[in-house]
Design a protein around this ligand. Sequence first.
Ligand SMILES: NC(=O)c1ccc[n+]([C@@H]2O[C@H](COP(=O)([O-])OP(=O)(O)OC[C@H]3O[C@@H](n4cnc5c(N)ncnc54)[C@H](O)[C@@H]3O)[C@@H](O)[C@H]2O)c1
Length: 248
Amino acid sequence: MKNLKDRVIIITGGAAGIGGAMTTELTQRGACVVAVDLNQEAGKQKAASNPEQIVFLKGDISKESVAVEAVALAISKFGKLTSLVNNAHASRQKPLLELTDEDWNLSMNTGLKGTLNFMKAAYPELKKTKGSIVNFGSGAGLLGQKNQGSYAAAKEAIRGLSRVAANEWAIDGIRVNIVCPLAFTEGVKQWKENFPEQYEDIISKNPMHRFGDPQKDVAPIVAFLLSEDSQYMTGQTLMADGGDIKLR
Ligand SMILES: NC(=O)c1ccc[n+]([C@@H]2O[C@H](COP(=O)([O-])OP(=O)(O)OC[C@H]3O[C@@H](n4cnc5c(N)ncnc54)[C@H](O)[C@@H]3O)[C@@H](O)[C@H]2O)c1
């Protein structure tokens, strides 16, 4: 399938986890990708797997300069920027009363601020190409899952920010949508070890009784939002979660 031919996409956290799977799937669909990640080893490996279509930028997405650098790299390497996927988000799970300023700042700076930084840096180029942005939310935010205070707050703020941008930037031809995934990654594996009961609870209640596959289940939904097939959609939240949460 080549429905993303001519797309040049920045993917934050694009070296591993769902981001890494998106880098692989979206390039297989014809796109070129700038993968921004802290994980140098995984990033280098990803770029080496397809140097024609993937370039890696090591950087912390909470830094504004990294967003500016990523946009410049898309232009210098691939000649334009058509799409942005704000996927990376670091956080720590703790009960509300144990949350420190450091915990709060980690989630807000990588999740919310990082998303805003990249949206602002990409805006002038996306305006030229009538581009599309996909930001990442979470069922943990929608449900207010225990121990996820700083994460849930940032995720719901990202959805609010995305709806504002959808309204403000529709006139520029830029669409902004949100995906809330449920997928088995290294991050989820660690979380499962710390909170096995929450993990089992999710599996038992999920209509499909499984976590999604990052490449087969989540990346194609992002591909749809970056393609012309979704050209009449903006400001929407799409659940890539096996029917876990049914938004109304
Ligand atoms: N996996 C799930 O089931 C699930 C559920 C709900 C929401 N999400 C959301 O989906 C997205 C991807 O999740 P995942 O499970 O693949 O996460 P992950 O932790 O497995 O991978 C995230 C990637 O981002 C990178 N990263 C982390 N902090 C960074 C920073 N400051 N700068 C640059 N790169 C950084 C990591 O190196 C890693 O490659 C996140 O926004 C997450 O909150 C995931």
